[in-house]
Design a protein around this ligand. Sequence first.
Ligand code: 5RP
Length: 221
Amino acid sequence: MTQDELKKAVARAALAYLVDGEIVGVGTGSTANCFIDELARIQHRIRGAVASSEASRQRLEGHGIPVFDLDKVDAIPVYVDGADEINAALQMIKGGGGALTREKIVAAVAAKFVCIADGSKLVAVLGQFPLPVEVIPMALGHVRRQLAAIGGGTPVLREGFVTDNGNLIVDVKGLSITDATALEARINQIVGVVSNGLFAQRPADVCLLATANGVQTLTAD
Ligand code: 5RP
């Protein structure tokens, strides 16, 4: 199977987690796009969606799926999103598409986070994928210096990229993350950081992993 076919397979499998008549939280990225396309086929089953990015909002609306602002919604039973890396504890690095902050907000509201990924995303140790950090523009120099001082990785500005929130992304390359929860909290404490792409305090509840042998369902160790 191609990677595209794997993404489609795992997106289809996520439909089983939808709660009929309710809102679904929708992530961002190529795997989430496959999920949006699957949602379009069964949209009569759901009330609508909350999107984690403007790109996902546009794709949902393009299919005629009603998109609600998060603050107009009382509950999100399920949030479905991809990941750049995921470990056996279902902690993730996300934000390759730069939508980490809104993804983190929607995930925080959701009762259940279903991560959809192809097998290449499962890793023993997080950090080979550069860790995205969303930064208020005026704090860029300060945040880069502070990230460098943490040690173990090289902060690099994502050139020419502005988030949906009007901020910048710094990608920290070359990390080997042994305590994701502690590092997530530590980076969040740097003044000028909006959020970082570690999803450890709020990991996924379920990971649907597409492999050549089918879709596997992982829960945390
Ligand atoms: C976007 C994300 C995505 O979930 C992550 O980058 C995975 O994307 P893809 O499904 O295209 O591999 O966090 O901010």
